[in-house]
Design a protein around this ligand. Structure first.
Ligand code: ADP
Length: 428
């Protein structure tokens, strides 16, 4: 009897253990299916109660299908979002509540070239600007202005951006508030604005000086011309004339510059024999009284033939350079105009053996209103615009300008002219 009971118990135990084992296996398959998000097969369940297993199978498969659908939808939306953000010119950044970067589009790297591999990094380490961090804080407190201009230091240069920021709910389960920032690069506009302000200030200054001299002398003449000695009157008149001429050349140069910088700078190219042009310009100088005491020479490559240039504008370039060489070198100095031919271009050089230009001034010499010696330039009737006009005209022809100079030894201004008139470069 006892043996029978033991055998029965043994069989029951065995049966129960095997049922438990099958159920354990089925649960493992269920677990794996959920993990891999792969539908569960009917055969996967080998538990005793097939109908409840069928229900479980069905419910699980529906759940997995839904999860897969949502995931597909989400990844599609993410791809779409990434493509949209990637095509933006504005940098887009999302940071968590600790300022850790969660998302950044490719434009960010375009604006800040040093910002690479930034996901997960702290914002303050990537975008260094105290005012931007203050702005981030004010966005979190909902106290930020709609738009804010921020200057960032990127190495030795400044990057100006217009920033817009807002808080957004986090996409994770935690109760964390994220912040989204859009940065629009306005560095170019800022630079242009600075150049424009500088230009207006320079023009006003340049106009004010001769105008105030003319005004002063005219007032003196009006008040006292009756008792004024004739010699004084004549001297006053000559000064007024000189300053009027200065005003006139300033306005003329300004007009030339504005025309050269306009959309239609009026370049009239024609096939021009450069050697003839250079020789005729130099002939004119040789008979001018103001350069009677300068030695003029030319060395022109005989292989140079006809070039597609605007002869009037290139004459203006040469005249500006030769005028400068005459103005800024003492009597008896030597001025040489040379031209040599290479495979693709002609390089013209106006060289003098005058006092030269200090090295520190050379990088700025083609800038508008830049003068090495302001007093000397004005005394010689200079406007400070001549070399800027030279640069513009040469750039319009697709060429380049450069200068070499050594104090006490002389100066050489070079400009190149492409032999083919295909790509013209606008002056910067
Ligand atoms: P400016 O009307 O004053 O001559 P430019 O733009 O033609 O203006 O020249 C800018 C400055 O460059 C001049 O003021 C002068 O100081 C310097 N410069 C130009 N050419 C020479 C030269 N050949 N030798 C020495 N200095 C020169």
């Amino acid at each position: 009897m006892c043996i029978l009971i033991s055998i029965t118990l043994g069989i029951t135990l065995l049966f129960t253990l095997s049922a438990l084992w099958r159920q354990h296996q089925a649960i493992r398959r269920l677990h794996n299916a959920l993990l891999r998000k792969q539908p569960l097969l009917r055969e996967d369940g080998t538990s005793a109660d097939t109908s409840s297993w069928d229900h479980l199978c069905h419910a699980t498969n529906e759940l997995i299908e839904e999860v897969n659908r949502l995931q597909l939808l989400r990844s599609g939306q993410l791809t779409q979002l990434e493509a949209t953000l990637g095509s933006l010119q504005e940098a887009v950044l999302i940071v968590d509540s600790t300022n850790r970067i969660l998302l950044a589009n490719s434009a960010l790297n375009g604006i800040f070239p040093r910002a690479t591999n930034i996901l997960g990094q702290r914002l303050e380490l990537i975008l260094q600007s105290a005012s931007f961090l203050q702005y981030v804080e004010s966005v979190r407190k909902n106290e930020a202005p709609a738009q804010f201009e921020v200057e960032f230091a990127e190495g030795s240069r400044s990057i100006w951006t217009e920033v817009t920021g807002t808080t957004i709910p986090s996409l994770n389960a935690e109760k964390d508030t994220w912040a989204l920032f859009v940065l629009h690069d306005i560095t170019k506009q800022k630079k242009l604005e600075a150049v424009r302000k500088d230009f207006v200030a320079n023009v006003s200054h340049e106009l004010r000086t001769p105008l105030s001299v003319i005004k002063g002398y005219i007032e003196t003449l009006v008040d006292g011309h009756l008792d004024m000695p004739l010699a004084d009157r004549e001297r006053f008149m000559k000064t007024i004339q000189r300053h009027t001429e200065r005003l006139n050349s300033l306005l003329e140069d300004l007009l030339v510059l504005s025309r050269l910088e306009s959309i239609n700078p009026g370049l009239r190219r024609e096939s021009t024999h450069l050697t003839q042009l250079l020789n005729s310009i130099l002939e004119d100088y040789r008979v001018r009284p103001d350069c009677a005491e300068h030695k003029l020479s030319t060395s022109i490559d005989p292989a140079i033939g006809a070039v597609p240039i605007d002869p009037l504008k290139i004459t203006q370039v040469l005249e500006n350079l030769i005028d400068n060489a005459i103005k800024y070198t003492p009597k008896g100095s030597h001025i040489d105009v040379s031209a040599k031919l290479t495979e693709t271009q002609i390089e013209v050089c106006v060289r003098d053996n005058g006092p030269g230009i200090p090295e520190a001034d050379l990088p700025h010499i083609f800038e508008r209103f830049y003068r090495v010696d302001k007093g000397r330039s004005r005394e010689k009737g200079g406007t400070g615009l001549g070399l800027s006009i030279v640069k513009h005209i040469v750039h319009l022809h697709g060429g380049q300008v450069r200068v070499e100079s050594k104090l006490g030894q002389g100066t050489a201004f070079y400009f190149s002219l492409p032999l083919r008139a295909n790509d013209t470069v606008r002056a910067k």
